[in-house]
Design a protein around this ligand. Structure first.
Ligand code: CP3
Length: 333
């Protein structure tokens, strides 16, 4: 399979492409499915609907991988944190901030996620299936802030002032996420991606300590999962200096990173880099930006096309399709 071949440095005739948040509200077909469950978490737990949503990008865009439809906040619920999604407001998390009351989980606690992996694997054999989870820091920050888009004041004060609790919480998250991903891989996920969407809010000094925790986390994933692991983080190339020794198969980077320079010095696979805002441009500019990026990639393998972050609800399906088609038209002679 193209994407797995690129990850392992084998010969490929074009770069593979998939997109973060590829199944989402920018798709009329997703919005239609979504109407069948009022509440977003209930939608995630409805195996039939979540499977259909997972498959939409393969049907409508022809992407080279399917990421299962779920959310990074799903494993927080069985840990003892109440998770809800308010219409138009984003996620909301409620608990007493007592780390000792949080639970260890097993993959059985989120069996519906494993069932979605199985159903997506069973429905098609064309492309690999990506399992995923949030990274410990991003989930910690969500849990402590209690919501999305915030100034991270609470998360930072917790990290700096409640040192023991911070370490306990981050360690517990790492433990639980290993189990959570194991469930997805046993169910058939061909690879996994770990989302550190909020890493750019972590000060550089604290990043060094966090990187050593991540190292242990990824070592365990490598030992216990035996599938490729992609680490997506948001933050600059300066961050990558601290993260570069992590035992991951690939780094997925945003638009603040000098991708070509990094690919010249690190032989692993890279993913991403294009600013998603390019999708608001005219069609010619979209094509031009995609081709420019692809032409600059210094290898003919070990790259996966993706955006630097996820698609947004106000993007146009036809432009997203054009983006995918443009990547697929670029042949590696
Ligand atoms: O990529 C995919 O297509 C698979 C599905 C997926 C979703 N969320 C679906 C979703 C994945 C991989 C995620 C991961 C996720 N969730 C991340 C990491 C990626 C990133 O974007 O940085 C984060 C930070 C979250 C937390 C989260 N969940 C947010 C910020 C929101 C949006 C809130 C809003 O209403 O704007 C969600 C909800 C969510 N997750 C939606 C989708 C399609 C939209 C809710 C809906 O359909 O009603």
């Amino acid at each position: 399979m193209l994407l797995l071949n690129s990850l392992s440095g084998k010969y490929i005739d074009r770069f593979p492409v998939w997109l973060m948040r590829q199944a989402g509200r920018y798709m009329p077909q997703y919005r239609e499915l979504r109407e069948r469950e009022k509440d977003f978490l209930s939608f995630c737990k409805n195996v039939e609907l979540a499977t259909k949503a997972s498959l939409l990008p393969l049907e409508l865009l022809g992407v080279d991988a399917i990421i299962i439809f779920s959310d990074i906040l799903v494993p927080l619920e069985p840990m003892g944190i109440a998770v809800s999604f308010e219409e138009g407001e984003g996620p909301r998390l409620e608990w007493d901030l007592k780390v000792d009351s949080l639970r260890r989980i097993t993959s059985k606690d989120t069996e519906f996620v494993n069932e979605i992996v199985k159903a997506v694997k069973g429905a098609q054999k064309e492309v690999p299936v990506i399992g995923f989870c949030g990274a410990p820091w991003t989930l910690f920050a969500y849990a402590v802030e209690g919501k999305g888009n915030s100034n991270f004041k609470k998360a930072k004060l917790f990290m700096w002032q409640r040192r023991e609790d911070y370490k306990k919480f981050i360690d517990l998250l790492a433990e639980n996420l290993v189990e959570y991903l194991k469930g997805q891989v046993h169910a058939g996920a061909d690879l996994v991606q770990v989302f550190d969407s909020w890493l750019m809010h972590m000060p550089y000094e604290d990043l060094k300590e966090y990187a050593s925790l991540l190292k242990g986390f990824f070592q365990r994933l490598r030992q216990e999962l035996n599938v490729p692991v992609i680490y997506f983080y948001r933050g600059s190339g300066e961050y990558l200096e601290v993260l570069k020794d992590l035992p991951v198969s690939a780094f997925s980077v945003d638009w603040t990173v000098d991708l070509v320079r990094w690919m010249q010095r690190d032989s692993r696979t890279f993913q991403g880099n294009l600013d998603p805002a390019v999708l608001y441009c005219d069609e010619e500019v979209i094509q031009q930006k995609v081709l420019e990026l692809l032409k600059n990639i210094p290898r003919k393998t070990n790259y996966i096309f993706n955006l630097g972050h996820g698609l947004s609800p106000d993007m146009e399906l036809s432009k997203v399709k054009l983006l995918v088609d443009t990547v697929k038209s670029y042949k590696l002679g």
